[in-house]
Design a binder for this molecule. Structure first.
Ligand SMILES: *[C@@H]1O[C@H](CO)[C@@H](O)[C@H](O)[C@H]1NC(C)=O
Ligand SMILES: *[C@@H]1O[C@H](CO)[C@@H](O)[C@H](O)[C@H]1NC(C)=O
Ligand SMILES: *[C@@H]1O[C@H](CO)[C@@H](O)[C@H](O)[C@H]1NC(C)=O
Length: 223
């Protein structure tokens, strides 16, 4: 490529230089930058997310890698992100504050990872989030304030995890919920399960029918 000062000589070249810069120089080499806003880094065996992207990325596809963490400042730098797909990676936890500046995020897929717990306020500030996929993880603890501020959420999937109980308080925060999946968990027959069951029945009109809850397991405490 010509040194950039030479490009200054020709207005036409300079124009193309501007077009190439954001795509060519900021697109991580392992990813495909389809346009200014969509970056596809799927199926690359990546151990972590590439360190920099075009700043105005809106859709980041990074499924089917071995990514172990979501950098806590990802959404601080890439505040235009609307769609984040991290399905089928190796995430084991979500750092506190990761979604604090995710005010535009609508879609988040974290299914097929190794998450074990969701802490209070873990998705705080993701007020616009509509779809949240957490199925096929190893979740055993979901804090009753885990979904606070997700007032726009319509779809929540937590099927095929390791949940033995879930406080119905966690779901009561989800004012816009339409579809929920909780099947494929080793529920224990106890108060939490009963409350969950009643809550789903009470909200049957607004919740889409489907696989929500399967049976619970009776645990005997007698010696
Ligand atoms: C997960 O990704 C691996 C490649 O890293 C692929 O072989 C596998 O089929 C994917 N599994 C799912 C459930 O998408
Ligand atoms: C999840 O953790 C288990 C046990 O530590 C491990 O065997 C498995 O490979 C991990 N899966 C992923 C997708 O990282
Ligand atoms: C699931 O998490 C538990 C700890 O909560 C751990 O002992 C187990 O190995 C994990 N299983 C997988 C498949 O990662």
């Amino acid at each position: 490529m010509l040194p950039c000062f030479l490009l200054l000589i020709s207005p036409l070249f300079c124009f193309s230089c501007l077009l190439i810069l954001p795509l060519g120089l900021l697109c991580p080499s392992v990813c495909i930058c389809m346009d200014y806003h969509t970056i596809d880094c799927r199926d690359q065996g990546l151990p972590s997310l590439p360190s920099s992207f075009p700043l105005d990325v809106r859709k980041l596809l990074a499924a089917n890698n071995h990514i172990q963490t979501i950098p806590a400042d990802l959404l601080l730098f890439y505040g235009d992100l609307i769609y984040l797909d991290l399905k089928n990676n190796s995430l084991t936890s979500i750092e506190e504050g990761t979604f604090i500046s995710s005010s535009r995020l609508l879609f988040l897929d974290l299914s097929y990872n190794n998450l074990t717990q969701l802490d209070a306020g873990v998705f705080k500030s993701a007020e616009k989030l509509i779809k949240l996929y957490l199925g096929n993880n190893n979740l055993s603890e979901v804090h009753e304030a885990a979904f606070e501020s997700l007032s726009s959420l319509q779809v929540l999937e937590m099927n095929d995890n390791n949940l033995q109980s879930l406080s119905v308080t966690a779901l009561e925060a989800l004012a816009s919920l339409r579809t929920i999946r909780l099947d494929g968990n080793p529920w224990i027959c106890a108060c939490d399960f009963a409350n969950l069951f009643f809550w789903i029945n009470e909200n049957a009109k607004k919740l889409q029918k489907g696989r929500i809850l399967h049976a619970c397991n009776i645990i005997s405490f007698h010696a």
